[in-house]
Design a protein around this ligand. Structure first.
Ligand code: TXA
Ligand code: MG
Length: 321
């Protein structure tokens, strides 16, 4: 956890319109004062993020939400009560104090309370809601360590708070629960099974291209620089001299790979999610020509892992015949 004086200084930077990268339980966020349009504009600039991709506003406490937006629809209130602080982002009406740049002009706002003491201390000390997307350049691998942020964004960030590796390792689940029937806009660290247990059946409606429902769900996203392919399982690499990396779920391949990462020897999807982006960052730095990735079991957070792998693979195009 970052030192208390570091948090106080970072809060001051936020209040002055600067950018602070901070750990959450999911991934590192790139924060700015959500009430300050110029500060929010700096986020888009630093990330080279298209202006149509709205930001998530972060609050220190669940009780800060009704204070910001007024009375909540019943299912929104129930989900906030049940899962905050935690890896769940909820859609609410945008209050007038939040400038439209934060929501990319939408009349709705994405909001969450992170389950990370230093993040909440930072937001509380800043005394303002904090707009924060993941602290990476647009479309690239999400940062789960402070060094990923420094490597990816460098001097574009005023302060990076180092809280060590993030616990969940994968972004929050985004749910629009304003109506009677909750709709999942992005699979994430809160498992669908947990949502369903709390509020009954939900619909998963993720966008894939063009103007998506949640633009983090663009078909090609979360991508390493190295081409990535999703494969059925750990197979020996062909002896063709090509340096390949392998991202295994539970067990490494027999032979033939220049770099191998195993996400969870115990076969646990939660552990695998926590290690996913870190493993991809390492494979991306291993000097391989392509990365083969084995999917996780399609259950719990495994679904979100497979979602991210599919999007990372979407930038890959087959070699010309
Ligand atoms: O775990 C997380 O959610 C992390 C940490 C830092 O909190 N943040 C994160 O932010 O993943 P970002 O910007 O990488 O993804 C935010 C997603 C985007 O896909 C965006 O389109 C969606 O939230 N979003 C934001 N506002 C929205 C809205 N009003 N309606 C639908 N989707 C929205
Ligand atoms: Mg992101």
């Amino acid at each position: 956890m970052p030192a208390a004086h570091g948090i106080a200084e970072a809060a001051e930077v936020l209040r002055a319109g600067g950018l602070v990268a901070f750990p959450t339980e999911t991934v590192y966020g790139l924060g700015a004062n959500a009430l300050d349009a110029r500060a929010a504009a700096r986020i888009f600039e630093a990330k080279a993020r298209p202006s149509f991709d709205p930001l998530i506003t972060h609050l220190a406490d669940a009780t800060d939400l009704p204070a910001l937006v007024g009375a909540l629809p019943p299912t929104v209130a129930a989900l906030a009560e049940r899962f905050w602080p935690g890896p769940l982002t909820l859609i609410v009406d945008r209050p007038a104090v939040i400038p439209p740049i934060v929501t990319s002009g939408l009349d709705t706002m994405a909001v969450r309370v992170p389950d990370e003491a230093s993040a909440r201390a930072l937001i509380r000390a800043a005394g303002v809601p904090v707009a924060a997307p993941s602290a990476n350049r647009f479309g690239q691998l999400s940062p789960t360590r402070a060094e990923h942020v420094v490597r990816g964004l460098g001097a574009a960030v005023d302060v990076v708070l180092d809280g060590g590796p993030t616990r969940c390792g994968i972004e929050s689940t985004i749910v629009d629960a304003r109506g009677p029937h909750p709709v999942v806009l992005r699979l994430g660290a809160l498992a669908i099974e947990e949502l369903v247990a709390a509020v009954g059946p939900v619909t998963v409606r993720q966008g894939s291209s063009g103007q998506p429902v949640a633009p983090g769900t663009l078909a090609a996203h979360y991508a390493p620089r190295t081409p990535l392919r999703v494969v059925a399982g750990a197979v020996p690499a062909p002896a063709d001299g090509v340096r390949r990396g392998f991202l295994a779920f539970r067990e490494g391949p027999a032979a033939g790979y220049a770099a191998v990462e195993v996400l969870s020897p115990a076969g646990d999807v939660t552990e695998a999610a926590a290690r996913l982006f870190d493993a991809l960052h390492r494979l991306d730095a291993a000097g391989v020509t392509e990365i083969l990735a084995e999917p996780a079991p399609d259950e719990g957070v495994g679904r979100a892992i497979n979602d991210r792998l599919g999007r990372a693979a979407a930038t890959w195009s087959p070699p010309a015949p």
